[in-house]
Write a protein that binds this ligand. Sequence first.
Ligand code: GLA
Ligand code: ZN
Length: 687
Amino acid sequence: MTVRYNPVSGKIPKMLHGADYNPEQWAYEPGILEEDIRLMKLAKCNVMSVGIFSWAELEPEEGTFHFDWLDNVLDKLAGNEIYTFLATPSGARPAWMSNKYEEVLRVGPDRVRNLHGLRHNHCYTSPVYREKVSIMNRKLAERYSNHTAVIGWHISNEYGGECHCYYCQDAFREWLKVKYETLDNLNHSWWTTFWSHTYTDWHQIESPAPHGETMVHGLNLDWKRFVTDQTLDFFKHEVKPLKAINSDLPVTTNFMEAFEGLDYVKFADALDFVSWDSYPTWHDKDGDIHKAAWTAMNHDFFRSIKDGQPFLLMESTPSLTNWQPISKLKRPGMHLLSSMQAVAHGSDSVQYFQWRKSRGSSEKFHGAVVDHVGHEHTRVFKDVTGVGEVLDQLDLIVGTAVNAEVAIIFDTENRWAVKDAQGPRNQGVNYEKTVTDHYQAFWKNGVSVDVIDMERDISKYKLVVAPMLYMVRPGVGEKIEKFVKEGGTFVTTYWSGIVDENDLAFLGGFPGPLRHTLGIWSEEIDGLYDGQANRVMVDKNDLGLSGEYIAYELCDLIHLEGAKALAYYQDDFYVGRPALTVNQLGQGKAYYVASRNKQPFNNEFFSQLIKDVGIKKTIESKLPEGISAQSRTDGKNDYIFLMNFGEEKQVVEIPKGELIDLIAGTSVTENVELSPFGVSILKRKKQ
Ligand code: GLA
Ligand code: ZN
């Protein structure tokens, strides 16, 4: 296992701290750049993302380029040891371009072309847009890729969305031809004889449309795959001229929380490092503890994209957002806590949107480091400076790894398919929540988890959990079987092993390719109305699990085919049927959780399994409610983050050992007291 990765840039082997910086909005205000730099230094910022939405400034009319202002910004930042991620500006284009070349404008699923406006709304296929992007990116690379300030490329901004124009339709058909070769193959994979949907010419195929086809699941899936591939292709098109000029300058693009429109994992090889924008709705009605687990899972997902390599938190808000239904301020402590949560899970940076609050337009009330008041004497500025001061103490953590023995499968294609299935629960199959509920049981126990897709090598893990693995792509069933035979522990649930990669149901009995590993046959699944429940009673077992749990929403009716039942249903016509099973296969075990159970089951079951499998916890003592314990390691030392997401003061029992508090610089012998939203970062020599 790699335990020490290189920093994103050798120019600055430090924790990065900074923001999106849009000085072009303030060009009319003399001295603002100098004032911003003064404030950046005060807040201990060492990096800015520049030029993200600057196309209209950089190329105010076609073929006329203005770089002087950007020269000045980068030179002044460099002169003050503030580095930059330089953006390519494709996230929003100038009006002259939309005006002159209609094809750059995106066409919606209803086949209506957008007017000029907003952002993130170009066609990924349009030859004109690609050409314009190429010219711009080449010019930026020629001018800046060897600039002292620049440490990496911030490609575009939050790629997303789809275009249904004629270029995209053609590209989709070409993509399908490569995939299926013949229409017969396509028709079979999409099961088009149903409702007489058989295609007899490639030109009959159209992307899904609200007034056209929406119910051929194979088409829906392939369209989504195509959108990912086309966006990735566009990304590579952006990167090409940059790498041609300086191949050493790393590239990233900022991803979004649990974004469903793209299969981000496919970007892994094309990115030098992963970065993402995290905007949790802290203090909302769901409660901070659930939110913290959800955010932690997102961090783990992004860290896992490049197999554990640290990522960057590219954006977060220093105070509030202005696009959620309610814009709630972060309570005192939460800014440092949520920033450190990112670092605990593998981020080598804390960055914000944005540096200086805009005066007008749609984000004028979005949190920023420098408020409209214009000076540093604000609560938010102090919070940001506080984070800068702590990050300064954490340079020794840069590049360190998170060592996870557990993997949870959260697979984007599975997510698309299980939600589109028209199956046992159309009013919310709740895939994301289900995965999070499983994740939360590990989070509560202070166990590190990788969040991976089903393609990943799982041989290095001790325990793999695959909630609702509805789709099982080729080779995955075999891989899981091998993993178990060789001593791994595998857990899956109801509504797994149902369809193949084309969303065609497995014939011959569910859970299809997992049936032998699990030693069960799932005959039927019952969808429960909201408010209905069953009870699950645990029987004798080696895990030390006991008691009765509540099942809701989905109950699978299974038969044992070699597995042992550990729990039984208590109600309804399936009373007495197995609800939890284990199958010993080779050196390992495979568990099947037949019903969706309320959280106490997940917490108890996985706590016992963690003991049984011998999974290492960050600290061995029991964590109080709301406390998260995560660690990074360089092989010699562990860096332990104790985080209190609750509103009560808590005390964490610290097992004996040599521990140093990295913020206070003192050694720790006593238990650690954490104030509400408090955080403590400890260094422990590896035993
Ligand atoms: C996204 C964008 C930013 C900004 C923020 C506001 O992350 O990338 O440009 O709009 O949201 O939260
Ligand atoms: Zn298009």
